[in-house]
Design a protein around this ligand. Sequence first.
Ligand code: MAN
Length: 480
Amino acid sequence: MTRTTPPILAPIALALVSLAALVAHVHAADTSPGRPRGVAISQAERYHPYAAGKFTCLDGSAIIPFAAVNDDYCDCADGSDEPGTSACPQGRFHCTNAGHNPAYIPSGRVNDGVCEPECCDGSDEYGGIIVCPNTCKAAGAAWRKEQRAAQRARVQGLRKKEEYRKSAAAAEASRAASLTTIATQIADLEGDLSTARAARDQAEADERNASERDALLGKFAVDRLAEQVGRLQTALTAIRDVTTSFRDSERDADTINDWLTAFDGEMAKLFADDLEVLGEIPAPAAADNEFEAGAVGKLKKWVFQYVRPKVTTPLDAAKKSAETARSAVWDLESKQRDLETERGKHESAAKLDTAGEPAYFALADKCFTVDSGEYTYELCPFNKAEQRSIGSSYGTSLGSWGRWEDDGKTWVLDNGQACWNGPNRSLKVTLECGEIEILKGVSEPSKCEYHATFVTAAACTGSLPDQSSSAKDMADRVEL
Ligand code: MAN
């Protein structure tokens, strides 16, 4: 059914049309009847013109006729009456950017003949100086693509972080188990060590006794040997006599044989008597020098070269036992040191300052490098950072582990190598979420104060979303 206007109402209708035209003129800049130009949907409630015909400045500084909103004259201290014009320098213009993200620009940039990149819908230039194309569709699509990629990276990072957490939990469990085992091993070792030390002390006491005895024996043997020298001397004289007699009077063979037999007997006696004792003679010492030059010396040499090595003396045995007992103690002590080092490592690993996030344990004992300018930078999380000239192995310390800052978003490494005419070197690391660890963007914003960005899955925050909620999340970001 069509409704027609009765002729009597025609003048009223005309007046209404004129009024509407007037309102339309006053609000020529408005985007919709309920929302003046430059006002965000979320703020529309605060711009309620039609009820009372008044507008209250958003800061409450004044109440003005609604017609004064966007009339290109600044009435409110906060500039809220001119959201859609450039009249208030402190004002903000809202671009709806349908299809992309809404944005605010300073209202001074409205109708300035420049298409603001923030306003992809071109709504900042409605005055006709320039026509700005609406690029929101493409920009929104590109932004959403980027967001999806970032979201994917975040999700992958979060998955990796879950793995990190799991391995951190496993590592912690195994660390605890190792610490218990090590504690038991150390306790056992202490028992073994006290037994071994007692055995060593005993063996060393035996060694000392054997050594004293050996010294006495040695003295005795040398005395015996000296005594034998006389006999040897007699034997040599006998030989000399034999040879002289032989040369001089050509005595008969029987006589010579008698002499030689006598000499053999003398020599055999000498060695038969003394072999055992000679075996115990200590190695020739400086004190024995008086004997070295003569026959005794030669004999001693013979004994030491040929006889002594075949004879084991009680001192040799005692020395060997003491040596074995000492090395048993050394072995146990070295095992004890190894165990203590291992215990220390586990304990300090457990103390890593991960700010309560176990995923960061995955970065312990690892180092990451990047080349930037003429330097290679190396970051070993929770440990140290270095700067090296590319290709060089000499490193300048940029600092050692310091602390977390910025609510868990930054690491500080400080007390690095002193800088000539500057502070000790230090490095601030901004943490970024990503699946793979990357050290990037190293810079030196001020002399010897460095900055880097470190991408790690451990820095990813939030929880793993399911497919549908992530899609919804994405849609919610786009104000249409
Ligand atoms: C080295 C490097 C630089 C630093 C200067 C300061 O060349 O560590 O990064 O700025 O020393 O003298």
